[in-house]
Design a protein around this ligand. Structure first.
Ligand code: 5RP
Length: 217
C-alpha cells in the first residue's frame, strides 16, 4: 500500500522544483521510487537527519529552507477526512510542521490503516525542551492529561536535541482545545497535531487503488 501510494505521488512532482521531504517508512519508499524514476534536478529540503542521509545516499541535491517549497511530501500516523493529521511517530514533527507550513502544496501519502474517524485513543507526540521537561510534563498533567516520555530508560532525542512526550488523546477533551492549552506552556516546542497543513491526502488501499482526499472534493 505504501508503494502504491508512493508511485501515485510521483505524478505530482517534476524536475526543477524545491521539494520538502518528510520522514518515515512511507517517505523512504517514495524516495526510492523517485530515484528509480530518475529525477535529478530537484532541490530537496529534508525534515530529518534520516531522510537527509537517504537522499544523499541516492544522489539527490539537498538544500535549506530559504522560502517556500513548491511541494511538500510526507507521511502521517493518522489522518481524517477533514485533512487533519497526527504526526511525529518518527519524532520529526517540528521540522515537518515548519516545512508543511512553508510549502505551496502539501501532499500526504498514507496507507489505509492510517484513516481514522477521530484521533481518540491514539498518542499525540509533543516535542519538549529537555531543560524543563519534568516541570513541563507536570504542567501538561495539571490540565488533566496523561502521557509518557518516549523511549523510557533510553530516552529518545529528536534531531533538535529535545524529548518527545507522547500524550494520550483523551476523548473527554476535544483535540483542538487540548493542543491550544498545551502550546501555551513554555517548554513545549510543538505538537504533532496538524490542521490546515495538507492540501491533498493520497490513501493507498489494499485493493490497489489510491483514494484522493482534498479540500476541493
Ligand atoms: C515522522 C512522521 C511520519 O510521517 C509518520 O510517523 C508516518 O511514518 P510511516 O510512514 O513510517 O508510517 O510523522 O515524524
Amino acid at each position: 500500500m505504501k508503494r502504491i501510494v508512493s508511485k501515485e505521488a510521483l505524478n505530482y512532482i517534476e524536475e526543477n522544483i524545491v521539494l520538502g521531504m518528510g520522514s518515515g517508512t512511507t517517505v523512504e519508499i517514495f524516495i526510492e521510487e523517485m530515484w528509480k524514476k530518475g529525477f535529478k534536478k530537484l532541490e530537496i529540503v529534508p525534515s530529518s537527519k534520516k531522510t537527509e542521509e537517504l537522499l544523499i545516499k541516492k544522489g539527490f541535491r539537498i538544500t535549506e529552507l530559504d522560502d517556500k517549497c513548491d511541494i511538500y511530501i510526507d507521511g502521517a500516523d493518522a489522518v481524517n477526512r477533514d485533512l487533519q493529521m497526527i504526526k511525529g511517530g518518527g519524532g520529526a514533527l517540528t521540522r515537518e510542521k515548519i516545512l508543511a507550513y512553508n510549502s505551496k502544496k502539501r501532499i500526504i501519502i498514507v496507507d489505509e490503516t492510517k484513516m481514522r474517524k477521530n484521533f481518540q485513543g491514539l498518542f499525540l507526540p509533543i516535542e519538549i525542551l529537555i531543560f524543563s521537561y519534568r516541570a513541563t510534563i507536570k504542567r501538561i498533567e495539571d490540565i488533566g492529561l496523561k502521557g509518557k516520555i518516549r523511549g523510557g530508560e533510553k530516552t529518545f532525542i529528536t534531531d533538535n536535541g529535545n524529548y518527545i512526550f507522547d500524550l494520550f488523546i483523551d476523548e473527554r477533551y476535544p483535540i483542538e482545545d487540548m493542543v491550544m492549552k498545551i502550546k501555551m506552556i513554555p517548554g513545549v516546542i510543538e505538537t504533532g497535531f496538524f490542521k490546515d497543513l495538507a492540501d491533498l491526502i493520497l490513501v493507498g488501499k489494499s485493493d490497489g487503488n489510491v483514494e484522493k482526499i482534498s479540500k476541493i472534493s
